[in-house]
Design a binder for this molecule. Structure first.
Ligand code: NAD
Length: 339
């Protein structure tokens, strides 16, 4: 199969990681890197001397023969850059969030479908070996029925102004929750607060309600003393925690629970059960490299990416509902995710 010729757009904070991963995919050829900033173009030229360095997508599309683009530009530009690339017949990987409105996301999905192009969004956690492990654990029934989930993504910085902390940080958590539960929420409520910039929430607490009765809480903040990246699943049989701040032992499975009253001989209502803690060995893989390999493979074969445009749209729908609820003072907002 021919190598996929790739142009990268955006070489700021995250772009260098994406580009480095692309350069390590055996079936990819890094043809060009585009950035609007001269200083960042200079960094790209030093790190990737064999790639052409350009200052605009127009130049990249006009002067270089590429099959696909990977976009790590600021979120407000995702839609226009991806639309331009798709209209030029290029496969597209777009960093999260796919777009800033669901209408824009739908337009990208339509364009990609019309032209038979791959559209993939950077929901990185779906490519994390520990999250894959947790998904299989949930599916196996070992945890029992999942009752509720909560996720925390907290740190001091990186503060953004074009999007609030939920749009910046929570795409990862929302995509993880949808990926792990395999169910779409039907109601969302959220509270947030803006301390650093007017109308840009620095901290958000969001609740997702699911038709099965499950709930998920997502807490994000870039104004917090702790660096926390954790998700906890409470099941009817066992509980599990994924802690991305742990260097190696990231998943902990607790054989803890509450037995129903009929399991008791002595008349108490409920019995607490404390069992062993298991820390499975999960071979580490670089999620970003796995993600980029998957993108290249989908471009080559036409397979639907795990985090396809539809996945991106569904996450954007949740993010929009969270904003709507915050505008309504935390009132619940009904939601129906695109099927
Ligand atoms: N997957 C992750 O874990 C992760 C982590 C951080 C950021 N991101 C995402 O990556 C994207 C970039 O974030 P960042 O923190 O690197 O932002 P950034 O502001 O540091 O970098 C953006 C870069 O894009 C360049 N740029 C701006 N307009 C451009 C244009 N029209 N054409 C070409 N280049 C242009 C800027 O000069 C800058 O170098 C965002 O979508 C963000 O959500 C993802």
């Amino acid at each position: 199969m021919n190598a996929v010729r790739i142009g990268a757009i955006g070489y700021g904070y995250w772009g260098p990681n994406v580009v480095r991963s692309v350069s390590r995919v055996p079936d990819a050829e890094l043809v060009a890197i585009c950035d609007a900033s001269e200083a960042n173009r200079a960094k790209a030229a030093t790190a990737h001397p064999s790639a052409a360095i350009v200052d605009s997508l127009d130049t990249m599309l006009g002067e270089h023969d590429i099959d696909a683009v990977v976009i790590a530009a600021p979120a407000p530009l995702h839609h226009s850059l991806a639309r331009q690339a798709l209209e030029a017949g290029k496969h597209c990987f777009v960093e999260k969030p796919l777009t800033l409105t669901s209408a824009d996301a739908r337009e990208l999905l339509r364009l990609a479908a019309q032209r038979n192009l791959t559209l993939m969004v950077g929901h990185l956690m779906e490519y994390h070996a520990s999250i894959e492990y947790l998904r299989d654990l949930v599916a196996s029934g070992e945890l029992g029925e999942i009752l509720y989930v909560y996720a925390q993504r907290l740190n001091l910085g990186k503060v953004r102004t074009a999007e609030n902390a939920f749009w910046s940080l929570a795409p990862h958590d929302v995509s993880m929750v949808l990926f792990l539960l395999g169910e779409a929420p039907d109601r969302v409520s959220a509270n947030g607060a803006s301390y650093l910039h007017e109308d840009v929430q620095d901290v958000v607490f969001a609740n997702l309600h699911f038709p099965s009765g499950k709930t998920a809480n997502i807490h994000v903040s870039w104004l917090d003393p702790h660096k926390t990246r954790r998700i906890t699943l409470v099941g009817s049989k066992k509980m599990a925690v994924f802690d991305d701040m742990e260097a190696t032992d990231k998943v902990w499975i607790y054989d803890k629970g509450v037995a129903p009253a009929d399991a008791l001989a002595y008349g108490e209502d409920l019995m607490l059960r404390f069992g062993d803690i298991r820390v499975p060995h999960i071979p580490a893989k670089e999620p970003l490299l796995v993600e980029m390999k998957h993108f290249v493979e989908c471009c080559q074969t036409g397979a639907t990416p795990r985090s396809d445009g539809l996945d991106g749209l569904r996450v954007v729908q949740v993010l929009e509902a969270v904003d709507a609820s915050m505008r309504a003072g935390g009132a619940p907002v009904d939601i129906s995710l695109e099927a």
